[in-house]
Design a binder for this molecule. Structure first.
Ligand code: OOG
Ligand code: NI
Length: 464
């Protein structure tokens, strides 16, 4: 029988993300500077736009804003990935989405561990973008073999962390004391180690195959490589960074600035060249960086298709790679085709919303139910137009493969551009992970649907 009450997985996640943030601030001081800048810009933004403050208060996002982060790690084996899945489960984080980055010349595929329920997201949406190295993409068989050997010798988890994970799985939770211990032990996996596990020559040959391979293979563990706060105005941050001595990458990844933000915009900066002790030599390694993101509404399949199409149009323009000086202009111009009002995005079925009944709606319960009875999409517009319901944009909680590739590239140092004969390998990834990944579109769809059902129930209760 259970005698000690369990700490909720939400609470463990919050403690862990705080501990991770504190650790990273010590390891990478510029991250601390960035947090201050983001807090200032967010506050100024909320002050200048009371309607934004109100909307974020209504959706519960205001409370989570300053606590919100995502991080990223890279691992080398199926065993490591599968154990991470169990570790993140202790914090209520599940694998969502599959990202194939080989198409962008980065030899990894990935998922994002994050909370999935409305309540858990509300409490703390901490996410970790987790990549698995695809050793099969190393062309040189000998080098591939060597990398495999090195990886097979390391254990990235502490013995106590493994015990606590098993204990969580057996008992269904952790006690107060165990939870704190778990946070401490789990954190060890993501710490930076300045001693490499290999000699300088091995590091160099892996580095030459791809810088990312060296980053994954030559160290004791998957050091957290960035931790990203969420801003309400990424252009303001981008402009202010140089004054704080931070050199951001040239372009902001993702959609252009808009009245109604969609998906995700991100920018990053190179943070550190860190001294590394190889077994025979002192050298350095560049792995860790800083990143900022701004999140907007989640898009439906149709909206996402339009986004992908417009983005690829901009990127394939003659002389308009994302490094071209007029990239931002072309991006903004091309995205003129993407409706920039929530009303139109709703009407055209481009984005997801959470619907809520208003007092006026409650007062017209019978008519409201009738409106919803026929074509529900049509009915929802009618309700919102009459002021009987509100439609809150559902925040995009995931990542974007093209943006992620841009972030990877800009932080690998050097103009690394490889071409892999690769294809998405979702099944292999899920086999290695030991579980299926959630379909992110289905999660947004369900969140929208739950809100509609909640509204219908409230209306039915009203007419009874
Ligand atoms: C992950 C890069 C992807 C993002 O925000 O898109 C990412 C990495 O560099 O390991 O974090
Ligand atoms: Ni990131």
């Amino acid at each position: 029988a259970q005698t000690v009450p369990f700490v909720s997985t939400d609470e463990i996640r919050t403690r862990f993300s705080r501990a991770m943030s504190d650790m990273y601030r010590n390891e990478v001081p510029q991250y601390g500077t960035l947090l201050e800048l983001v807090a200032q810009v967010n506050e100024a933004c909320l002050q200048a736009r009371p309607e934004l403050r109100q909307a974020m208060q209504g959706s519960g996002e205001l409370e989570r804003l300053n606590l919100e982060r995502h991080g990223a790690i890279r691992v080398g084996t199926a065993q490591e990935l599968a154990t991470l899945r169990r570790l993140f489960a202790v914090m209520g984080m599940e694998p969502v989405g599959y990202y194939d980055l080989s198409v962008a010349g980065v030899p990894v595929h990935a998922t994002a561990f994050r909370p999935v329920s409305d309540e858990a997201l509300h409490s703390n949406p901490f996410r970790v973008f987790t990549s698995l190295l695809r050793l099969e993409l190393i062309a040189d068989a000998q080098l591939r073999e060597r990398a495999q050997q090195i990886l097979s010798r390391r254990n990235i988890f502490t013995a106590r962390a493994l015990e606590l994970i098993a204990g969580f799985e057996a008992a269904g939770g952790l006690s107060e004391r165990q939870a704190d211990e778990f946070v401490r032990e789990a954190l060890e996996t993501f710490r930076w180690h300045s001693e490499a596990t290999v000699d300088f020559e091995t590091y160099t040959s892996l580095q030459n195959a791809h810088r990312l391979i060296a980053d994954v293979v030559c160290f004791k563990g998957p050091h957290i490589n960035h931790l990203t706060p969420r801003t309400l105005d990424i252009d303001a941050i981008q402009a202010a960074m140089p004054q704080r001595g931070i050199n951001a990458k040239d372009v902001v990844e993702g959609p252009p600035r808009r009245e109604c933000p969609i998906l995700l915009r991100q920018t990053s900066f190179k943070a550190l060249q860190e001294p590394v002790h190889f077994s025979d030599h002192v050298g350095s390694h560049t792995a860790r960086f800083g990143e900022i993101e701004q999140r907007g509404v989640a898009l439906t399949r149709k909206g996402r298709q339009l986004y992908d199409e417009l983005l690829s149009r901009v990127r394939s323009m003659q002389g308009a790679g994302s490094s071209a000086p007029d990239y931002g202009q072309r991006l903004a111009q091309t995205f003129g085709e993407f409706p920039d009002s929530h009303e139109r995005m709703r009407e055209e079925g481009l984005a997801f919303y959470r619907y809520r009944l208003t007092d006026a709606g409650r007062a017209h319960a019978r008519e409201a139910l009738q409106a919803l009875d026929g074509d529900p999409a049509h009915g929802l517009h009618a309700l919102v137009n009459r002021g009987w319901a509100t439609a809150q944009p559902i925040t995009y909680e995931d990542f974007l493969p093209v943006s992620a590739a841009g972030i990877f590239q800009s932080n690998l140092g050097g103009q690394e551009q490889r071409h892999y004969q690769a294809h998405a390998a979702r099944q292999t990834f899920e086999r290695d992970l030991g579980a299926a990944t959630h379909d992110e579109l289905a999660l947004y769809e369900q969140a929208q649907q739950r809100s509609v059902e909640g509204m219908v129930q409230a209306l039915q209760a009203q007419v009874k």
